[in-house]
Design a protein around this ligand. Structure first.
Ligand code: 6R9
Length: 683
């Protein structure tokens, strides 16, 4: 990326682009953009939607967006209940109040409820309802294996049968409404099948990304106490075989990497059961467990600024309405679309935009099991052509890794790309990190800003509606009121920069942190009373566009994945030869941010390559390979204030080698520490 072309002011997506609107309609911070003048900065680099695109779009103009946005803010109850009742099945309608909320800690406990009293089921809405509407034979899932040439499909009615068999099995082993089920699976069809089966019987799934180590998995199992853990014996990712069940067993297996066979899988009789031995014997229909809109749907653990992962809890009704609606508008969804999201179901993107959002819309979803560059960096475009993918939703990191593996600065003009037509594509989406998009400018790009906590998109372009500014997530989705506050929590107006918060609730908001409502209030609602605090910094430009500037807390974003610096630090200090550790994020060409660790060994232990390897291994086994430090910087001591606080600001500058920007070091107990660190930078 970073191929940002400042010479292109007013880039048109095609030659028939519509002229910019000149309307100015103020709704809180929002106004229609008036284009004109010379491009002074990237803020002024505007891409207009093509006329042809806009004409067919669900929201075809700024005016239409503003109208809908205004309605959603002025009357959230009316806006969302209209959508909820016309597009979903409810066994019983919600009570008198569409929503009730308290986001202000000064007024008591934080509470968010949407459609309370409404009785529904998300699985029913994804499958039975769509089948009833004539989609029985529509492809629900395409599955593409890691190995080119191996694939599978399921129609909506076949998917329902598979979901019911598993749901029946889970019930037969005693899983009931409200029980947790932990899922540790790679991107197989069985992953969305499991999520939907849990939803069908009111069980609460907690998917753990299959890149987490056994210790991380154990930590989550201890926290949510599942009745069942679902995994598979092994998976191939690129040329590698990963023995997942061994990780679940937390033990090693003596096996060659050729076949992934049952015989070689370690087994515990009485505890372990093969899916294929039992599940297919169960009936292919299964009664739905009707649940309250505020009953939990799933738990998903995410990183915060302390060591312990947070169990983000989402409930049923609001999440359902919100993910479906955001999916529909942000990708301008049409029934004929073939949709591919490269995210893993182990993260929120895979929950909301592989499984629930698309399935609620009756979409055809592609699941890819493997690595994006396997067997070569053209694989993604091969898959796009093979399935005629129309909507491609990915991460900046994935694109950067293709460019790296494509081995050339000119990745987009070499054969890895050009031998594929990619002409089926009509909308592109990006998530997880800021981008400066590249590419042919034929397709609109939805740069979606959101979080595990928000359930669905919060700030995102609607393709066709607005002129876009590459790198900006643009404007809030319907019903979302982003505010930018200063450090005192005062709302800033107009062109400004500060902490990103959200005023009032939206249906997809998380309701609590599992088992720790107090931490929920402290982390998200106490920093700026009256608002939900996102942990992100944000700038709003003169045209009202939002530019995300990264985390302002101790969370780093590695390949679009959230990692708490404290998590990595506690893994490092658990090593018997590590006395102290401090972790900061540093710019990384492919991953966006890399993990940079300052480590002080215990007395008498000297720096060595061996120790470095052993520290890295500790992080890999305690968290997962994706959290391994990119750099370990030996530190005789860490720079600390007199009150004993590590000065991360200085460590960040040393990590980035911005040595002339260290700032004031006089408040350190021992300013000499900084010089020592600089001397050791390249050892
Ligand atoms: C969906 C997801 C959330 C954090 C968030 C922010 C960063 C997400 C972004 C973005 C810039 C975007 N983030 N989308 N930054 N532009 N379009 O990634 O959820 O794993 O919880 O991470 O990711 O910093 O706070 P999650």
């Amino acid at each position: 990326l970073n191929n940002h072309n400042h010479n292109h002011h007013f880039r048109h997506a095609d030659s028939t682009a519509s002229p910019p609107s000149s309307a100015v309609a103020k709704i809180s911070h929002l106004k229609a953009v008036v284009l004109g003048g010379a491009p002074a900065s990237e803020e002024d680099d505007v891409v207009l939607p093509s006329h042809d695109y806009s004409r067919q779009a669900l929201v075809p103009s700024q005016q239409k967006y503003l109208e809908m946005y205004k309605a959603s803010i002025e009357n959230p109850a009316g806006f969302w209940s209209g959508i909820a009742s016309s597009e979903f099945y409810w066994k019983q309608r919600w009570g008198d109040q569409v929503y009730s909320e308290n986001l202000d800690v000064r007024r008591g406990n934080i509470k968010i409820e949407w459609f309370k009293g409404g009785i529904t089921n998300v699985c029913y809405n994804c499958l039975d309802r769509n089948i009833g509407a004539g989609l029985a034979d529509k492809i629900a899932l395409y599955w593409e294996s890691n190995e080119p040439g191996f694939d599978a499909t399921l129609t909506y009615s076949q998917l329902l049968q598979r979901v019911c068999q598993l749901a029946n099995y889970l019930r037969s082993v005693g899983v009931r409404k409200g029980d947790a089920v932990v899922v540790y699976l790679p991107m197989l069809m069985e992953l969305p099948i499991t999520m939907l089966a849990c939803a069908r019987i009111g069980a609460v799934h907690s998917v753990v990304f299959a890149g987490f180590s056994s210790e991380s998995l154990a930590q989550r199992i201890v926290d949510c106490k599942p009745k069942v853990v679902i995994t598979c014996n092994a998976v191939k990712r690129g040329p590698k075989t990963i023995f997942l069940k061994d990780i679940v067993d937390a033990a090693l297996i003596d096996s060659d990497n050729q076949g992934i066979s049952r015989e070689k899988t370690k087994w515990k009789e009485g505890r372990d059961i093969w899916w294929e031995d039992v599940v297919p014997k169960y009936p292919t229909s299964c009664d739905v467990e009707w649940v309250d809109a505020e009953d939990p749907l799933f738990l998903l653990y995410t990183s915060g600024s302390t060591g312990k992962p947070k169990g983000v809890l989402h409930t049923t009704g609001g999440y359902m309405v919100y993910t479906a609606t955001t999916f529909k508008y942000a990708f301008d969804y049409k029934d004929s679309d073939v949709y591919w999201c490269t995210a893993d179901c182990g993260w929120i993107t895979g929950h909301s935009y592989v499984t629930y959002g698309p399935m609620l819309n009756g979409a055809t979803v592609l699941l890819y099991e493997g690595a994006p560059s396997y067997p070569d960096p053209g694989r993604c475009w091969d898959i796009v052509d093979k399935y005629k993918v129309t909507i491609f939703y990915t991460t900046p990191t994935l694109v950067r890794s293709l460019i790296r593996d494509g081995d050339e600065a000119s990745y987009f003009s070499n054969l890895y790309v050009t031998r594929y037509s990619r002409k089926s594509l009509r909308v592109l989406g990006s998530a997880g990190e800021p981008i400066n998009p590249i590419g042919g400018s034929r397709c609109p790009i939805s740069d979606t800003w959101w979080q595990t906590e928000t359930g669905g998109f919060m700030i995102t372009p609607l393709p066709g509606a607005w002129p876009q500014k590459p790198g900006s997530a643009t404007f809030p989705f319907f019903g979302v009121q982003p505010v930018i506050v200063d450090e005192k929590g005062v709302e800033l107006d107009g062109e400004c920069s500060g902490y990103l918060c959200v005023k009032s609730s939206w249906p997809g908001a998380f309701r609590t942190l599992y088992g720790d409502h107090e931490r929920y209030e402290t982390t998200y609602f106490k920093p700026f009373p009256g608002y939900y605090f996102t942990g992100d910094g944000c700038r709003r430009d003169k045209d009202g566009y939002h530019w995300l500037t990264g985390r302002v807390d101790d969370v780093i974003n590695v390949s679009g994945r959230r990692i708490g610096t404290a998590e990595v630090e506690s893994a490092l200090v658990s090593h018997p030869q590590c006395a102290e550790a401090a972790v900061v994020g540093v710019e990384h060409q492919v991953k966006g941010q890399g993990i940079y660790a300052f480590v002080t060994p215990v007395e008498g232990i000297s720096y060595s390559e061996e120790l470095r390897k052993s520290l890295t291994l500790t992080v890999r086994t305690q968290i997962g390979a994706f959290a391994a430090p990119d750099k370990i910087h030996w530190a005789p001591a860490l720079p600390k204030t007199r009150s004993g606080k590590i000065m991360r600001r200085i460590l960040r500058k040393i990590a980035a080698r911005q040595l002339d920007e260290l700032g004031d070091t006089s408040t350190l107990t021992d300013p000499g520490v900084v010089d020592q660190l600089i001397k050791l930078a390249d050892t």
